[in-house]
Design a protein around this ligand. Structure first.
Ligand SMILES: *[C@@H]1O[C@H](CO)[C@@H](O)[C@H](O)[C@H]1NC(C)=O
Length: 216
């Protein structure tokens, strides 16, 4: 014979089970209107945006390539030189001990860069590189070395010599750092710029070991 207590216990368990089922079957609406501002929260509204700031979780950050193919080889080479200059300078001035926010910013930057780079076929290659070698953002050295490594992946495809990552800071000393990095060597000439990744090496008389600063 089941005691009264057992009956009550079973009844409560059954009741909780039923309540749980109802909640699961009918989840409360995740969107509502803020009565003060009229803003829609949740389901694509304000709240969702707050949960995914410009950080690594944002949808737009991780999409596909946006620009079309850039046929003009001259324009592509010019763009490549300027871009490597920008990217290397960026990682070399990146904080030595970045905050989580700064790390997210750099990670997002590279992913957005891989979407919006004006040469579509170059952007597609960079997206693949990001997939294989996720950006390293824990410190200036980590970021700069990572970018140098990625650059050398591109150099390898173009049959260009490896860039010496140990010399990167000297080569890219823009004189604008918060502290001197490496020697105050003059900037490399455009025509033998080791960062020029798009020039056809078969037509580049200066291609060779000598083009790497210090010849190392
Ligand atoms: C290719 O690009 C270069 C540099 O932007 C430009 O001077 C040249 O006119 C372009 N050539 C063509 C065919 O559009």
């Amino acid at each position: 014979m089941i005691s009264r207590f057992s009956k009550a216990f079973l009844f409560i368990v059954l009741l909780l089970f039923l309540l749980g089922s109802i909640v699961l079957l009918h989840p409360p609406s995740r969107a509502y209107i803020d009565p003060w501002t009229g803003d829609l929260f949740g389901e694509g509204g304000v709240e969702k945006e707050l949960q995914h700031p410009a950080g690594t979780g944002g949808k737009a950050v991780h999409g596909g390539v946006i620009m079309s193919k850039l046929g003009n080889a001259t324009a592509k080479a010019e763009l490549g030189r300027a871009t490597w200059k920008l990217l290397h300078t960026m990682t070399l001035r990146y904080p030595e001990e970045p905050t989580q926010d700064q790390r997210d910013a750099l990670d997002s930057y590279f992913h957005l860069f891989s979407r919006l780079y004006p040469c579509g076929e170059c952007a597609a290659e960079f997206q693949q590189l990001l997939k294989n070698y996720p950006p390293q953002t824990s410190s200036r050295r980590a970021a700069a070395t990572w970018l140098c490594f990625v650059h050398n992946q591109v150099n390898a495809r173009l049959h260009k010599p490896d860039f010496d990552c140990a010399n990167l800071d000297a080569t890219y000393d823009c004189g604008c750092g918060d502290e001197p990095v490496g020697s105050s060597a003059p900037a490399v000439q455009a025509e033998n710029d080791p960062m020029d990744m798009e020039t056809d090496p078969s037509k580049d008389a200066t291609t060779g070991v000598g083009m790497i600063k210090g010849g190392r």
